[in-house]
Design a protein around this ligand. Structure first.
Ligand SMILES: [Fe+2]
Length: 319
């Protein structure tokens, strides 16, 4: 039996950048409508009060199951900074955490806080939150039959996947700088370049770790919250693993319907600190007309950590 499915799907595709306000899918719109009809009051910045009383026993059971499964799987596969973040935030293993309890640990550490939202929010609203050190977290939990695949981010992906690294100062500053750059880029029509940077770092980033399989560990939230991609990204022979290069990443298309063909690997979080200090305006102007690379391309100039066997790759569908 092959160790990985031939046509793998991401167990959670964080669809932020292709479900923008203009093109939100019918499913997402229906979800928002359902919540509106449930009487959840949404503010102008799309935040709500986390409706903690609305979580059912099934919601807490799903959280518990996902938390246990992922923490067991991530041991030795995820970077130490992530596990340290989970511990410092006192993320509950038993039930959906109250956002207030997370913020009590998070805000004094790095100035970040999490805010509850009904689901995907328009890009510009999302960036405004990031630029003000607020991370929007979807309040609702996936159903028990959606443990392994969900089209849109839920509370487990947003909170368990994204928030633990926000207590680390370097990553916190990177996310803040990203939010400010993306806000400016969305006005300048250069969002695709920055969407790729988010995708290949915040969602699907790997970091060097010499003692780990293929010399890498995981830090991206899209991987961390996904059982299948946790194993695939680190251990499969199929994908490319290339050393992170800012311009290269910003020119590389990506997949939303399968595991990644290529992962970009940072040397350490200091590298993201350097990215956070980038003056993005001239860089975006320079890359405005650069040809986009296919998700699976390997260039002669790439620093290749592992070259993928391409097993299971689909021939189209890059974003
Ligand atoms: Fe995400």
């Amino acid at each position: 039996m092959a160790p990985f499915p031939r046509t793998p799907r991401t167990t959670l595709a964080c669809t932020r950048f292709h479900e923008c306000s203009k093109t939100m899918s019918a499913a997402v719109t229906a979800k928002l409508k359902e919540q509106f009809e449930a009487g959840l009051e949404t503010r102008a910045d799309f935040t709500i009060d986390q409706p903690i009383d609305r979580y059912s026993a099934a919601d807490h059971a799903v959280w518990r199951q996902l938390y246990r499964r992922q923490t067991a799987l991530l041991e030795g596969r995820v970077c130490d900074a992530f596990l340290e973040g989970v511990a410092r935030l006192n993320v509950s293993a038993q039930s959906v955490p109250s956002f207030e309890s997370i913020n009590r640990q998070l805000k004094p550490a790095t100035g970040w806080e999490i805010v509850a939202v009904p689901g995907l929010v328009p890009d510009r609203v999302f960036f405004e939150h990031l630029a003000n050190r607020r991370f929007p977290v979807t309040w609702w939990m996936r159903r028990p039959d959606q443990l392994d695949y969900l089209q849109e981010p839920d509370c487990f992906h947003d909170l368990f996947g994204h928030v633990p690294l926000l207590i680390q100062p370097i990553f916190a500053d990177y996310m803040h700088a990203y939010g400010r750059a993306a806000l400016a880029a969305s006005d300048a029509g250069a969002l695709p370049l920055l969407a790729r940077l988010y995708w290949y770092t915040v969602e699907f980033g790997l970091i060097r770790a010499s003692d780990s399989p293929n010399g890498v560990q995981i830090y991206g939230a899209g991987i961390v919250s996904s059982r299948g991609e946790t194993i695939y990204s680190q251990q499969s022979a199929a994908p490319n693993r290339l050393a992170f290069d800012l311009e290269r990443v910003m020119c590389t298309r990506y997949r939303i319907d399968t595991f990644q063909k290529t992962y970009f690997v940072i040397d350490d979080f200091e590298q993201l600190f350097d990215v956070a200090r980038t003056d993005f305006a001239p860089l975006l102007a320079k890359l405005a007309d650069a040809p986009a690379l296919a998700a699976g391309d390997v260039l002669a100039t790439d620093r290749v950590i592992t070259r993928g066997t391409q097993e299971g790759w689909k021939s189209d569908g890059d974003i």
